[in-house]
Design a protein around this ligand. Structure first.
Ligand code: ACO
Length: 377
């Protein structure tokens, strides 16, 4: 390996082999185990996609039912975890709360150090059952409210949305939320997935790998962007406000949250188009398309000034707002949706492992001696 091979940010470097997903940017497709993510979002449900990610094939009716049953059996939460979260301050960042919750789950898992596919698969189901509760009830507990009991009588996504809002969602709300979870479910090798795989490659456990994933996803260059988009929309208030705000940010050379992507710089993010449709549907149902019109203003300006496309976060944010999800939970919801994908990556890494241990191009000094500064060398 030559030092000239150094690529900052590993841009376009192939870091792993995987059969889980691939961004076929040229053909504007996100391939998930052979299927187009957009087709999955329109024709399958989140739990089926989770099964596909974990097992490699779309579950049939019986397999889906079995997965639902196993999830319900894992809905319980050790009380000690909620007591631990209650110790956190009221203004704690919800991604930090989620990271603490996921990290603490590890101490209660009897199969923690078993890296076999079967044990990792069972841990993935536990995480799929508990992460939505950690997101929603973590927020409730930290802000001084009682946790809600999960609703085993509701389908998975509808039950998750119930926990987030405290009310049973309509059919349309449940369907669009489910679609958003699929849109967020898996995306090849973003920073958080890479972080999780790097951690798993030391034979560390799935909870540790996912805790690292939460830390990565928190940043505004990654998952944290959906909350930043909502803050921007709330600040702008109107189409005119959006135009002023976006233009002033561009003039100040600030980044507009929800635009640009390391992989989709020259092509649109198909997931953003899906969520734009969801926003249009929800706006029509509510009889209020203000947020949609504001988003279109921002999209038009950024396209003409910077030639950048919106990413998934840009349109997911107003959809989540209209669904009644509190803004501090937007990024935790993104993570919850990514749970199945991340678990699949950890399983794949454990089964076909090569420790990640790259080298550096050293730019520091050499030859310093203890007690003698560099200037005296
Ligand atoms: N607003 C304004 N300009 C931007 C933006 C943006 N959101 N994104 C990229 N650019 C510009 C850069 O300033 C740069 O322009 P220049 O060449 O004139 O200096 C050019 O586009 C290339 O940008 P890079 O920083 O090299 O692109 P990189 O691949 O490192 O960044 C990233 C990708 C981090 C996502 C970036 O587009 C960004 O900061 N976007 C805003 C945050 C965001 O939306 N994140 C969500 C990512 S998607 C997801 O997690 C679902």
């Amino acid at each position: 390996m030559r030092e000239s091979d150094y690529v900052p940010g590993l841009e376009n470097v192939i870091a792993s082999e995987t059969s889980i997903s691939y961004l076929d940017v040229e053909n504007e497709q996100i391939i998930i185990r052979g299927y187009d993510l957009m087709e999955l979002a329109r024709q399958a449900g989140y739990l089926e996609v989770a099964g596909l990610l974990l097992d490699g094939s779309l579950p049939g009716v019986d397999e889906k039912e079995a997965l639902e049953e196993r999830l319900k059996a894992e809905y319980g939460m050790n009380d000690a975890i909620y007591r631990l979260l209650a110790l956190l301050p009221k203004d704690a960042n919800m991604m930090d709360v989620l990271r603490t919750g996921i990290s603490s789950l590890s101490s209660y898992d009897p199969e923690l150090d078993d890296r076999s596919r079967e044990a990792n698969r069972r841990k993935a189901v536990r995480l799929l059952a508990k992460v939505p509760q950690l997101c929603a009830n973590g927020y409730r507990i930290v802000t001084g409210h009682e946790p809600l009991a999960p609703r085993a009588d509701l389908p998975y996504s509808a039950g998750f949305l119930y926990l987030l809002t405290g009310r049973e969602p309509s059919e349309l709300e449940a369907r669009l939320f489910d679609q958003s979870l699929i849109a967020y479910s898996e995306h090849e090798m973003p920073n958080s997935t890479f972080a999780a795989r790097v951690i798993a490659s030391t034979h560390s456990d799935v909870y540790g790998a996912l805790s690292g994933g939460v830390a990565s996803l928190k940043g505004t260059l990654h998952g944290g962007a959906n909350e930043a988009v909502m803050d921007m929309l709330l600040e702008a208030e109107t189409e005119a406000g959006m135009e002023t705000l976006v233009r002033s940010k561009l003039a100040a050379k600030e980044r507009i949250m929800g635009f640009g992507h390391r992989v989709y710089m020259k092509k649109p993010d198909p997931r953003a188009l899906l969520m734009k449709e969801a926003l249009a549907e929800l706006s029509a149902e509510r009889g209020d398309d203000r947020l949609l019109r504001m988003c279109v203003v921002g999209e038009t300006i950024v396209a003409s000034e910077k030639k950048l496309f919106p990413n998934l976060d840009y349109y997911a944010a107003p959809v989540y707002h209209l669904l009644g999800i509190p803004t501090p939970l937007f990024t935790p919801v993104f993570f919850a949706a990514r749970t199945a994908g991340l678990c699949a990556h950890v399983m794949e890494q454990h089964e076909n492992n090569r420790l990640f241990r790259p080298r550096v191009r050293y730019t520091g000094p050499r030859g310093l001696r203890v007690g003698r500064g560099a200037e005296r060398e």
